[in-house]
Design a protein around this ligand. Structure first.
Ligand SMILES: NC(=O)c1ccc[n+]([C@@H]2O[C@H](COP(=O)([O-])OP(=O)(O)OC[C@H]3O[C@@H](n4cnc5c(N)ncnc54)[C@H](O)[C@@H]3O)[C@@H](O)[C@H]2O)c1
Length: 257
């Protein structure tokens, strides 16, 4: 698509893939609105771009999200594209992980998607156009040991986004649900600082954020809903569908319990 005059809203735009997308769209001529709690990160994303603007918003706060979206529309114009990237990823065995952290993950990773959807989508629907991009994960397809709480949020993101897509399939809006394997962003550090599964080291080096954004753009242009950025990711989906027991066997072997 041509981004000139377009307005893109990116949650979690203060880091990682949201930052990559923000800079790419701004350099293509878009006006970009970032929503994040990471003020320093948003400032860094926006550095050297006059057309990238920041809103400090906790995505779990529906009133604050709605107010920010209204301000974006008033100051920048109608939102043509949404990238919902905001998330956290602390790991741990389910029975040991802090109860509040498990709930917080669901509030941010899934609840945040619910909030931004209800704040942004009605206007897109009334205009009959727009791109809606939701970040799930391969973790939303293949559960593993020590990643259960995060994985549950990404299963929820995938189910929500898939249903949303089908409920609005003739609306003129393009939907994408992104399912990347590990990507080299600060998010991985949260996993490493908590309870990193050995399986993730077996999967090869993480992707670069730009590879994921490329894959999203390609999928939107081809009208594909699920975005699997690598051949291995596609094989993983296939294996999980047909041989879940085989994957679990390997997971137990690698983790040693
Ligand atoms: N990095 C990976 O390996 C990977 C793989 C698959 C899927 N994903 C998904 O891709 C998306 C982007 O991840 P990333 O790797 O760029 O992460 P990141 O950690 O680099 O960026 C996430 C951003 O979300 C923001 N955020 C966290 N809590 C928030 C809240 N309550 N309100 C507003 N903003 C909040 C953070 O401040 C941060 O700037 C996430 O949904 C993630 O789950 C990441």
């Amino acid at each position: 698509m041509s981004n000139a005059n377009n307005v893109v809203l990116i949650t979690g735009g203060g880091s990682g893939m949201g930052r990559e997308a923000a800079r790419r769209f701004a350099s293509q001529g878009a006006t970009v609105a970032l929503l994040d709690v990471n003020v320093a990160g948003m400032t860094e994303t926006a550095a050297s771009f006059d057309t990238v603007h920041n809103w400090t918003v906790d995505i779990t706060d529906y009133a604050a999200v709605s107010a920010a979206v209204a301000e974006v529309q008033e100051q920048c114009g109608p939102i043509e594209r949404l990238y919902n990237c905001a998330a956290i990823m602390p790991f741990g065995k389910l029975v040991e992980q802090d109860n509040a952290i498990i709930h917080k993950q669901m509030d941010i990773n899934y609840g945040g998607l619910v909030n931004i959807t209800q704040a942004v989508l009605p206007d897109m629907l009334s205009r009959g156009r727009g791109d809606f991009v939701s970040f799930a994960s391969m973790a939303g397809i293949i559960p593993m040991l020590k990643t259960g709480a995060y994985t549950a949020t990404k299963f929820a993101v995938r189910a929500f986004t898939e249903t949303l897509y089908h409920e609005n399939r003739n609306s003129g809006i393009r939907f994408a649900c992104v399912c990347p394997p590990a990507v080299a962003t600060p998010l991985l550090q949260q996993g490493r600082e908590t309870a990193w599964p050995k399986m993730l080291d077996n999967a090869g080096p993480p992707l670069e954020p730009r590879q994921v954004i490329d894959a999203i753009e390609e999928s939107l242009n081809k009208g594909k809903f699920f975005v699997y950025p690598t051949r291995d990711a596609k094989i993983g989906v296939f294996m999980r569908r047909l041989f879940p027991g085989l994957i679990w066997k390997q997971v137990h072997q690698v983790e040693g319990f």
